[in-house]
Design a protein around this ligand. Structure first.
Ligand code: NAD
Length: 297
C-alpha cells in the first residue's frame, strides 16, 4: 500500500465500475470511507465487496465528518445534480470536493466558483487506466486545482494511483478528454489496420507482437486488442457511451481553441455512429465488432 490514511474520513459518491475499486483502495489504506451511490444495486454490491467501508443513504450523509468528498460519476450533468441536490449544503466547512469523473472542464470551472462562494474548494482529478488499473492502484490521476488543496489530497490520491498536478481547476478534465480523444482515434486506426491484416491472411497475434515492438503501438495494440478483442470478451468495463461523451468534450475543446479539428471531427462522427447502432450498454471495445459489420450482441 502506498499511503496510510488512518484517521482520515473521506466521502465517496459513485460506486460503479471505477468508483468501487477506487473507494476500496482508500478504505484498504486505512481511511474511514462513507460511500454512496444512487442505485440500490450498486450500494448492495459495494457493501458486499468492500466490507472495510461504510455504505450510507445519501451524498449528504457521505459528507458527514469528511475532509474530502470524492465523486466518480458519469458526467457533468450528474456531478452538478449531486452537488446542487444537497451535497454542497452538507459539506463541513473547508471540505475539498474532488471530481474524479471525466467531466467538462468549462463546467468544472463554473462549479468550482460556486463551491468557493460556499467556502469550499473543488479539485478535478479524473483518472485513466481502466478497471484493472483502479483495482491495482496504478491509475494515472490528472489533478487540476490550487496548490494547497492538491497537496492535502496527495496521500488519498496516491492510494488510487499516480497523481500529477497538471494545472489550475479544469486542467485535469481538459487533459483527460484529450487523452481519450487520442485513445479513441488509436482504437479506430489500429482496428482498421489489424482487420485489414487479418483479411490479408496475417495472424493477429503475430501482428500485435510486431506492432508492439514497432512505431504503430498504442494502448489499443498493447492492452485493448490482446485483453478484450482477441479473446472475444469485449468487456473492458468502459462503456462506449462514456467514450463518446469524452471525445465530444475534447472536440469542443479543440474547436474552441481554434486548433485543426478535421481528424477529431471524423473520429467523433464514427464513434457516434457506432453508438447509434449498438445497444446502450455496449463496451467501448465493441466498436471493433461494429467495424466488422457484426451484430455486437
Ligand atoms: P459506471 O456507470 O460504472 O458508474 C457510475 C455510477 O454513478 C453508477 O453506479 C451510478 O449508479 C452512479 N450514479 C449515477 N447517478 C448518480 C447520482 N445522481 N448519485 C449517485 N450516484 C449516481 O461508470 P464508470 O465506468 O465507473 O465511470 C465513472 C466515471 O469515470 C465516468 O466519468 C467515466 O467516464 C470515468 N472513467 C471510466 C473508466 C472506465 O474504464 N470505466 C476509466 C476512466 C474514467
Amino acid at each position: 500500500m502506498t499511503a496510510d490514511l488512518a484517521g482520515r474520513t473521506l466521502g465517496f459518491v459513485g460506486l460503479g465500475n471505477m468508483g468501487t475499486p477506487m473507494a476500496a483502495r482508500l478504505a484498504d489504506a486505512g481511511a474511514t470511507v462513507r460511500a454512496f451511490d444512487a442505485a440500490p444495486g450498486a450500494r448492495e454490491a459495494f457493501g458486499a465487496e468492500v466490507t472495510t467501508a461504510t455504505v450510507v443513504g445519501s451524498a449528504a450523509e457521505a459528507a458527514r465528518g469528511a475532509e474530502a468528498v470524492l465523486l466518480c460519476l458519469p458526467n457533468s450533468d450528474v456531478v452538478e445534480a449531486v452537488v446542487d441536490g444537497g451535497l454542497l449544503d452538507a459539506l463541513e466547512p473547508g471540505t475539498v470536493l474532488v471530481d474524479m469523473s471525466s467531466s467538462e472542464p468549462v463546467r468544472t470551472r463554473a462549479l468550482a466558483e460556486r463551491a468557493a462562494a460556499a467556502g469550499h474548494t473543488l479539485v478535478d482529478a479524473p483518472v485513466s487506466g481502466g478497471v484493472s488499473g483502479a483495482r491495482a492502484g496504478t491509475l494515472a490521476v490528472m489533478v487540476g486545482g490550487p496548490d494547497d488543496a492538491v497537496a492535502a489530497l496527495g496521500p488519498a490520491l496516491a492510494a488510487i494511483g499516480h497523481p500529477r498536478h497538471v494545472g489550475p481547476t479544469g486542467a485535469g478534465h481538459a487533459l483527460k478528454a484529450l487523452n481519450n480523444l487520442m485513445s479513441a482515434a488509436h482504437l479506430l486506426a489500429s482496428s482498421e489496420a489489424l482487420l485489414a491484416g487479418q483479411a490479408f491472411g496475417l495472424d493477429p497475434e503475430v501482428m500485435l507482437d510486431v506492432v508492439n515492438a514497432s512505431s504503430g503501438r498504442s494502448g489499443s495494440t498493447e492492452v485493448k486488442w490482446p485483453r478484450h478483442v482477441l479473446p472475444g470478451t469485449f468487456a473492458s468495463g468502459f462503456g462506449l457511451g462514456l467514450m463518446v461523451k469524452d471525445i465530444r468534450i475534447a472536440r469542443d475543446l479543440v474547436v474552441s481553441t481554434g486548433t485543426p479539428s478535421r481528424h477529431t471531427a471524423s473520429t467523433v462522427a464514427l464513434w457516434a455512429e457506432a453508438q447509434d447502432d449498438l445497444p446502450p450498454d455496449a463496451d467501448h471495445t465493441d466498436i471493433v465488432r461494429w467495424l466488422q459489420g457484426k451484430d455486437a450482441r
